[in-house]
Write a protein that binds this ligand. Structure first.
Ligand code: MLT
Length: 233
C-alpha cells in the first residue's frame, strides 16, 4: 500500500527518502496560501528562490519581485507575502519570483521528490483528490518557522491525512502527531491555528485579514506543481 509521511520541519527532511515520492509542501501562514491564490488568480508562474538577491536578478528578466523576511515585505519589492497582493489583476499572466523566510526554502529542499505539489487549506480538497489517484507514496513537508515545527502547518498535514487515510498507510510518529492534533482540534481549526506563534507575530503587524483568508477551506480548485524551476497549475 502507498505510504504517507509527515515532515514537521525542513530541518528533518533529510530523514525522509523522497525519491519516487510525491511531496506536498505547506506553509499555511502564508507562502503556500499565496502561491495557491496567485496561480488560481491567473499568475503565469511562481519561482521560489532562496535569496533576496536572486529575486532581484530575476526581476531584470521581467519577473515581479515578491519577498518576505520575518513576516514583513522586503523593502523595494513589488509584493510581500499577503495573499491579497496575489489577487492583484496587475500581475495576471506575469511571472513572479518569491523568496520567503520558510516557505520558499521548504520548496527548494523538496526537489528530490518525483513531484512537488503546493498545499494549503485553500486547496485542501483538490490536493486530496490529486493524492488519492496517485500510485506513489507521499510526504507532507511542513515549512514550520525557522527550523522548528509550527501549529498551522502541522494542522494542515493532519487535515490532509484525515482526508486520504483510507488510501495510504501512515509512516512514523510525525504522521500520528499531525493527525492526532487535527482530530483533537478540528472543531475549532481556525481558533487553534490563530494561537500559533507566527499568527501572533502577524497579528502584531496588523495582518489578521491575511490569517482569516489563509484558513478558508477549499476556496480554490488548483494544485500547483513544480515544473523545472517554476510553480504552475
Ligand atoms: C514564510 O515563508 O516564512 C512565510 O510564509 C512567512 C510569512 O510571510 O508569513
Amino acid at each position: 500500500m502507498k505510504t504517507i509521511e509527515v515532515c514537521l520541519t525542513p530541518e528533518l527532511i533529510h530523514q525522509h527518502d523522497l525519491k519516487g515520492k510525491v511531496i506536498v509542501v505547506a506553509d499555511i501562514f502564508r507562502a503556500t496560501s499565496c502561491i495557491v491564490t496567485g496561480l488560481a488568480a491567473g499568475v503565469k508562474s511562481i519561482r521560489p528562490v532562496g535569496e533576496i538577491e536572486e529575486v532581484k536578478a530575476l526581476a531584470r528578466q521581467g519577473y515581479i519581485m515578491a519577498g518576505e523576511r520575518g513576516g514583513k515585505k522586503v523593502d523595494g519589492f513589488d509584493m510581500g507575502n499577503s495573499p491579497f497582493a496575489y489577487q492583484n489583476t496587475a500581475i495576471k499572466a506575469k511571472k513572479v519570483a518569491i523568496s520567503t523566510t520558510n516557505g520558499s526554502a521548504a520548496i527548494l529542499k523538496s526537489v528530490e521528490a518525483s513531484q512537488v505539489l503546493i498545499g494549503a487549506f485553500l486547496n485542501l480538497e483538490s490536493v486530496m483528490e490529486y493524492l488519492i489517484q496517485l500510485t506513489q507514496s507521499v510526504v507532507i513537508h511542513c515549512a514550520g518557522w525557522r527550523g522548528t515545527p509550527n501549529l498551522e502547518d502541522t494542522l494542515f498535514a493532519g487535515a490532509l491525512m484525515d482526508e486520504v487515510m483510507e488510501e495510504f498507510t501512515p509512516l512514523g510518529d510525525s504522521a500520528s502527531i499531525a493527525h492526532q492534533l487535527y482530530i483533537s482540534t478540528h472543531e475549532n481549526l481556525s481558533g487553534t491555528a490563530l494561537g500559533s506563534s507566527h499568527a501572533k507575530r502577524l497579528i502584531n503587524y496588523g495582518m489578521e485579514e491575511d490569517l482569516a483568508f489563509c484558513m478558508e477551506t477549499n476556496k480554490y480548485s488548483v494544485v500547483p506543481k513544480l515544473v523545472g524551476e517554476e510553480l504552475v497549475i
